[in-house]
Design a protein. Structure first.
Length: 243
């Protein structure tokens, strides 16, 4: 059985404003095995790392990312909401995060938000950028929008995909295979040893989100899970050390 990978959710978002370079840098400093980030597209077609489709919650600006240019987004303060010492943090582009990951053997989980509905070409753009950076082998593309994952596979079958889901999928390993995915990303309430075992038998990885409490981290790790996506990578790493 492979060791569980500890994946920093929106970077080490327990310690720094989510989806900022500082959050990704801290994840690397803590020795997380990978990072997760969320992706949208600006009005001028740039790949923007942010969780919400609006900038309101995590910056001092307002509006939908799809209505703002990169220049307008870059003018925003993406850190002060988390703490005044983060006031210089900006909303990163995907390329800026990939520059940080270059030459490091880290897992990269890109979550596509609002795929084909608002951003018709986002799948193709992302694949192009990952290829340019030579990070195809390290990358998993996930989404709650499973049509987006079908589109990713249609464009380039080698990219690993994993459907995100909260609850309600019976036999998710069968569902994942139906949509050509390589793994599944369930909410942690759905994780059981059986889910992990049956998925592994089909050659599928299972990365669960968002696991922050030590007892749930321990539980997921003891289920033999492939990866845990957490705001506190140090907690997951400490548990792995004890095992
Ligand atoms: O990818 C796992 C997790 O990030 C999905 O939920 O809302 O945090 O993007 P959310
Ligand atoms: Ca996410």
């Amino acid at each position: 059985m492979k060791a569980t990978k500890i994946i920093a959710h929106r970077g080490a978002s327990g310690y720094a404003p989510e989806n900022t370079m500082k959050a990704f840098e801290i994840a690397l400093d803590l020795k997380a095995h990978g990072i997760e980030l969320d992706l949208h597209m600006s009005s001028d077609g740039q790949l923007i790392v942010c969780h919400d489709e609006r900038v309101d919650r995590t910056t001092n600006g307002s509006g939908f990312i799809r209505d703002l240019t990169l220049k307008e987004i870059k003018a925003l303060d993406a850190g002060s909401w988390f703490g005044s010492k983060f006031k210089n943090q900006r909303v990163p582009t995907l390329q800026e995060v990939l520059d940080l990951l270059r030459n490091r053997d880290l897992l990269l989980n890109i979550e596509l938000k609002s795929g084909p509905i608002f951003y018709p070409n986002i799948e193709r753009e992302v694949i192009k950028v990952i290829e340019d950076y030579g990070l195809m082998e390290n990358t998993i593309i996930s989404s709650f929008n499973h049509y987006s994952l079908l589109e990713v596979k249609r464009i380039y079958n080698r990219v690993k995909t994993a459907p995100l889901y909260m609850a309600g999928i019976v036999s998710p390993w069968k569902y994942a295979m139906d949509i050509g995915a390589d793994g599944i990303h369930p909410y942690f309430y759905n994780v059981t040893p059986e889910l992990v075992k049956l998925s592994a038998e089909k050659g599928l990885f299972v990365n669960t989100f968002t696991v922050n409490e030590p007892q749930y981290l321990k539980y997921a790790i003891d289920c033999g899970i492939s990866g845990v996506i957490t705001n506190y990578p140090d907690r997951g790493l400490a548990i792995l050390k004890e095992r």
